[in-house]
Design a protein. Structure first.
Length: 439
């Protein structure tokens, strides 16, 4: 089996190393040896240390490499939308099998890749695109195909999980925790894709597509990052017996007209410390799946890094190579349900709201009236804040109210916060966070 590798950075280098170190085992598992036909890179002459590969295999002509007749499998670990999309569409249309870790491309235009695979008759596998080495996508695509998945909730970005875990453990602010993550190599020099939720949103789209048999793209995912999460938010969560995580949430449910739809969102949220995801610390990932027959399942492990991601890539390579030798292909894309995606305003959630208010009689009644006008039920009200160093007492002419709501449509909750901001008695709305997982 002849393999073309597109990209030889951190992940690509580990793919080469594993192919070399495990060549005999891989050949036994597949039924034929794997040979590297070529490696497309931008700088063929770059020093790659002791990487066990013939320098003559390097080329800058990625498109020419995937077009070669002697290539059976194309592995793409370059990332980005273009030119990767063009390379992979060309390979798939030519009947080659493709293994990719490109979450951004799959979320942006996975439809083009699936259509090209159907046209050419090859396989498209992408286990490494979500949660690194954690076996997650194949269980969703195959193991749970006899079941009905109702909800997927996950921590799928290691950088943000490290930052929020550090804030929870030390009381540090976001900037300090981000600096530590950068020093330790968990955060990129430009961490925007991680801390603003773009990376998690791409993964949420992939998970929702598989779980609900519906094409979901990155544009369908409501996205919020963690840059506004403060040390005071973390302390307030602790006071409630919660922790804050950046969650991707994909859920099946009915819209206002009773039609079945899906909701897909990424945002920071408080979850009880008793929830299975609450104990996921450091840069680990975990995904919590709920299905009608199987019940609750959790997948946990390292979600990033060269070796874990390469492990997932090689698992896919074994699968597609076996299929090619057997003259078969894997099940094609399952998008038969074709469910519409509910707007974020219709998603059912809960809010944790912190208000600085004027400390005088009638304030609580006025605030409660705003919630009532928007048909939002209040679950708990607390005056003062552990984060602010108060204990139920006012602060001069000011007081702090911490309100947690019952479940309501996000649009009603947002409208409530909007009206609260306009009240004379409300000095400021200091924090708004969603609450998930039940309390």
């Amino acid at each position: 089996m002849r393999l073309a590798l597109l990209g030889c950075g951190t992940v690509g280098g580990e793919v080469v190393r594993l192919l070399h170190e495990q060549s005999a085992d891989l050949a036994a598992r597949i039924g034929a040896p794997i040979e590297i036909a070529g490696i497309a890179v931008r700088r063929p002459g770059r020093d790659r240390g002791d990487l066990p590969v013939d320098p003559a295999l390097f080329t800058t002509d990625a498109l020419g490499l995937v077009k070669r007749d002697d290539v059976d499998v194309v592995v793409e670990v370059v990332g980005g939308i273009e030119p990767a999309r063009g390379w992979l569409v060309e390979a798939l249309r030519a009947g080659k099998s493709v293994v990719t870790a490109n979450k951004a491309l799959l979320a942006e235009d996975g439809a083009a890749l699936h259509d090209a695979a159907a046209e050419g008759g090859g396989d498209l596998y992408y286990e490494a695109s979500v949660a690194g080495a954690i076996p997650l996508l194949r269980p969703l695509r195959e193991s749970l195909h006899g079941d009905r998945i109702t909800r997927v909730t996950g921590i799928v970005n290691g950088t943000t999980n490290f930052i929020l875990s550090a804030m929870d453990a030390t009381g540090a602010g976001f900037a300090e925790a981000l600096e530590e993550a950068t020093e330790l190599g968990y955060a990129e020099a430009d961490p925007t894709a991680d801390v603003e939720g773009f990376d998690a949103a791409a993964k949420a789209a992939i998970l929702a597509s598989l779980a609900f048999h519906t094409r979901v793209g990155a544009a369908d995912v409501h996205r919020e990052g963690i840059t506004e999460v403060t040390a005071a938010d973390v302390a307030s969560a602790k006071a409630m017996g919660c922790t804050i995580k950046l969650l991707c949430i994909a859920a099946r449910g009915a819209d206002a007209a009773g039609r079945e739809t899906v909701s897909v969102r990424v945002h920071p949220a408080m979850i009880p410390r008793t929830h299975p995801l609450a104990g996921v610390g450091d840069a680990f990932n975990a995904v919590f799946v709920e299905a009608e027959a199987a019940g609750q399942l959790m997948f946990y492990g390292r979600g990033a890094g060269g070796a874990p991601t390469a492990s997932a890539v090689l698992g896919d390579v074994v699968a597609v190579a076996r299929n090619r030798l057997a003259g078969v292909r894997a099940a094609s894309e399952s998008a038969y349900a074709d469910l519409s995606v509910r707007p974020m305003g219709e998603a059912l959630t809960r809010y944790h709201i912190s208000l600085d208010v004027t400390d005088r009689p009638g304030v609580l009644a006025a605030v409660a009236g705003v919630f009532a006008r928007h048909d939002v039920s209040i679950a708990t009200v607390r005056q003062g804040s552990a984060a602010a160093g108060t204990s139920g007492a006012g602060r001069g002419d000011d007081a702090e109210l911490v309100i947690v709501t019952h479940v309501a449509p996000d649009a009603a909750l947002a409208a409530t916060v909007g009206e609260l901001r306009g009240l004379d008695i409300v000095r400021s709305v200091t924090s708004v966070l969603r609450v998930e997982g039940g309390l």
